[in-house]
Design a protein around this ligand. Structure first.
Ligand SMILES: [Zn+2]
Length: 724
């Protein structure tokens, strides 16, 4: 793997310096005698590898490397066998390496030759072999009948076979023999800009990608000429302005399922080594091979149990309406179109909630939820350490928790300690502090801290969550206003990635149904999508794979994990949470009780039995100095008070008027100029005078009893607490 471009620090902080293996005994350790296999092997092998890695300057890639290690280098006997000819490594092999790493299975590379045919077949026959790929230029070195026999599994099954890298050098007769007569030739499509993949509809393999168009990486490809009798199913075609040509097909050779894939990068022009900066580009590079490997390895590869999605709206507090956002209206849309909304709540607003909206949230926890959005939200609150020292930022984190606890006490609405940074993600150092103070995760438009660059590892862009920074789960989210989202949604669903969307109140200026189309698209592409609060999604953010002993490995990204046994038999889950050092862990509990765990290779692991159909809750707590009782949640800065007042004015008052919206838009496009400041100030004064005049008229008419802001605050608190 190529190291990232911004390596500045070694990964010593995230990897052990020696082969440390610490065991923490506990009273309730379940069935210790069954601890075996993969982890025993890991103990022997991982520290040495990790130690070698520590010498590299690849901090941002370290966790990623770690995940690859635990994915594919444990003594895990699930293999994909790749049969190739002698000579240089092909781009097809590189694609297979990446796809098998992603799914956490081994790639067993066998070079075919006159003297090695027997050993290649023995590898194919092995019980742990889940799928076999063979390079087209090695077909002549393999006895077809013997290979088919080796692929056979009693009583009726067989291991799927992929022939890849097919070019026009494959003669028509060989092609016909290996495709069961489905393909009769191969042709070349050259110099065609703007090509797209078109995904077919093939059971078990195209899944959520079915019928989608996704970008094709390159300008030329080989493609199949098919026999007219429709013996082949088209998994992927490539489309230009005139035609669709099949490049990836499925055919039958008797009982054997065989996939054939043309060489799609004839010029060797793929960008596998790290230019992909989004999931679509990264996936397009590997699409056919990822589809085959996922199909071939099934439960034995890393997969998620469910699909999750969430819409988060940043900034509002609980009043009806907040600018263009009507909570009442949104609830109706959520019920009709089946989605869930989280408010990224500014803790400064902790004591301002209105009773009616509180009641709405409390009676619909399945539709509304709360997470934490900064503390004061004074512009980019968590910024570079030069501009704002780490200690001050830590103080803000602690106060955000104290305020949210107060919010929860006042309103009876629980919150998720998932942190959304105001404006954009902070530094890696503050991510480490989020871990220390037991936040669950951070979700932002980028998962890469402001003082780091995206690692160039080719697989990085394929998952929205990373532990590469401070060992804390950092998750990407996406704008709710995304245009033509189908390929993006299909690819993420195919990869088992959760979908986090975000927006602001003004997204609903066009109508409260503004998100309905996106929710419908998500639910259409993956009907089993679970719309949940962000806390729930983070607790289910883990990958599983079936082990040789019929239990499951679990790769957890968060310190809180809700294990679910959806099977009909009792299971043990071998849970690993990478990137937790012994100095940081204060306790580990399962269902609220202390639980034994082990620390090794910089990560934490434990074995948790879960009954059929049952769930168990794992919580890892880090050591810290948090003392909520000692933190004053009250507003403590006139500057912040004024800023929040202006923000309210912008969102709640200005947004009602065309001129007000224009000023706000201008501000966000151009920042504050003297002219804008004058225009904004004048508008504020005008609206202020207007408001004061109206208030004076109303007061005069009603002859009210006196009231102070203090009374109003108390009234809000009282209503918030359900006392009035
Ligand atoms: Zn915000």
């Amino acid at each position: 793997m190529k190291p990232p471009s911004n390596q500045t620090t070694p990964c010593a902080s995230t990897m052990p310096k020696s082969s440390r293996h610490i065991r923490f005994p506990g009273k309730t350790r379940p069935n210790p005698s069954t601890e075996l296999d993969a982890f025993a092997c890991l103990r022997e092998s991982l520290p040495k590898r990790v130690h070698r890695l520590a010498n590299r300057r690849a901090r941002t890639a370290c966790v990623f490397v770690f995940i690859i290690l635990i994915s594919s280098l444990w003594c895990y006997s699930a293999d994909v066998v790749f049969i190739r000819s002698a000579g240089t490594t092909s781009s097809e092999q590189r694609e297979l390496e990446l796809a098998t790493q992603f799914y956490g299975v081994n790639l067993n590379v066998v070079t075919a030759g006159d003297n090695t045919a027997g050993s290649a077949l023995r590898e194919v026959q092995r019980k742990g072999t889940l799928a076999v790929a063979i390079e087209a230029n090695a077909l002549a070195l393999v006895n077809r009948e013997a290979l088919l026999r080796a692929l056979h599994r009693e009583p009726h099954g067989s291991v799927p076979l992929l022939v890849l890298g097919v070019t026009s050098e494959a003669g028509p007769s060989a092609l016909s023999i290996w495709s069961g007569g489905a393909a009769v030739g191969v042709q070349h499509l050259e110099n065609q800009p703007g090509l797209r993949y078109v995904v077919g509809h093939v059971a078990g393999i195209t899944q959520q990608l079915t019928d989608l168009e996704i970008p094709f990486p390159g300008n030329d490809t080989f493609y199949f000429a098919l026999a007219g009798d429709q013996k082949a199913q088209e998994v992927l075609a490539v489309r230009n302005d005139h035609q669709d040509v099949p490049v990836f097909i499925e055919a039958e050779l008797g009982q054997q399922k065989i996939f054939l894939l043309c060489k799609t990068h004839p010029a060797g022009d793929n960008v596998l080594e790290g230019n992909a900066n989004n999931v679509q580009t990264a996936f397009a590079e590997l699409a056919p091979v990822m589809m085959f490997i996922k199909y071939g390895v099934g439960e034995r590869g890393w997969h998620a149990l469910h699909h999750y999605a969430n819409l988060t709206i940043d900034d509002p507090w609980l009043r009806e309406p907040y600018g263009d956002l009507s909570y009442q209206g949104l609830l109706k849309e959520m019920e009709k179109h089946d989605f869930h909304t989280t408010i990224a709540f500014i803790p400064w607003n902790y004591d301002r909630s209105e009773a009616q909206t509180i009641a709405l949230f409390r009676s619909h926890p399945e539709r509304f939820s709360i997470c934490i959005h900064g503390n004061d939200h004074d512009h980019k609150e968590f910024e570079s350490l030069e501009r704002k020292p780490l200690n001050t930022q830590i103080g803000d984190l602690k106060q955000s928790l104290a305020r949210m606890e107060k919010f929860q006490a006042l309103t009876g609405i629980r919150y998720d300690s998932v942190f959304v940074f105001p404006h954009s993600i902070g530094t890696e150092s503050i991510l480490e502090e989020l871990k220390t103070y037991n936040f669950l995760a951070t979700v932002n438009s980028s998962n890469v801290p402001m003082d780091r660059s995206q690692p160039s590892a080719p697989l990085f862009a394929l998952r929205p969550v990373t532990l590469s920074f401070g060992g804390f789960p950092s998750i990407s989210r996406y704008t709710a206003g995304m245009k033509d989202p189908n390929d993006f949604l299909g690819i993420n669903d195919f990869l088992d990635n959760p979908l986090f969307f975000y927006t602001h109140h003004d997204f609903f200026a066009s109508g409260i149904g503004a998100f309905d189309g996106m929710a419908d698209a998500v639910n259409r592409i993956e009907p089993d999508t679970r719309w949940r609060n962000v806390g729930d999604i983070v607790k289910h953010l883990y990958l599983m794979r079936l082990r040789d002993d019929s239990n499951y490995d679990v790769l957890a990204f968060s310190n809180s994990v809700e294990l679910e046994n959806t099977s009909e038999r009792d299971l043990d889950f071998e849970v690993t949470r990478p990137e937790l050092g012994s100095s940081t862990v204060a306790s580990v509990s399962v269902d609220g009780r202390d639980y034994p765990f082990e620390l090794r290779g910089g990560g934490l692991s434990l074995r948790v039995p879960v009954r059929a159909g049952g769930t168990r809750s794992v919580v890892i707590q880090c050591k810290n100095d948090l003392d909520l009782a000692s933190i004053n949640p009250a507003h403590d800065s006139v500057r912040v008070d004024l800023l929040r007042m202006v923000s309210d004015y912008r969102d709640i008052t200005l947004s009602k008027y065309q001129a007000g919206r224009a000023i706000t838009d201008y501000y966000y496009k151009h920042g504050v100029t003297p002219l804008l400041a004058i225009a904004f100030g004048s508008t504020l004064i005008l609206f202020g005078l207007g408001g004061a005049w109206s208030l004076w008229i109303i007061m005069k008419k009603k002859n009210p009893v006196g009231g102070s802001t203090d009374v109003l605050t108390k009234d809000r608190v009282a209503r918030a607490a359900g006392r009035g």
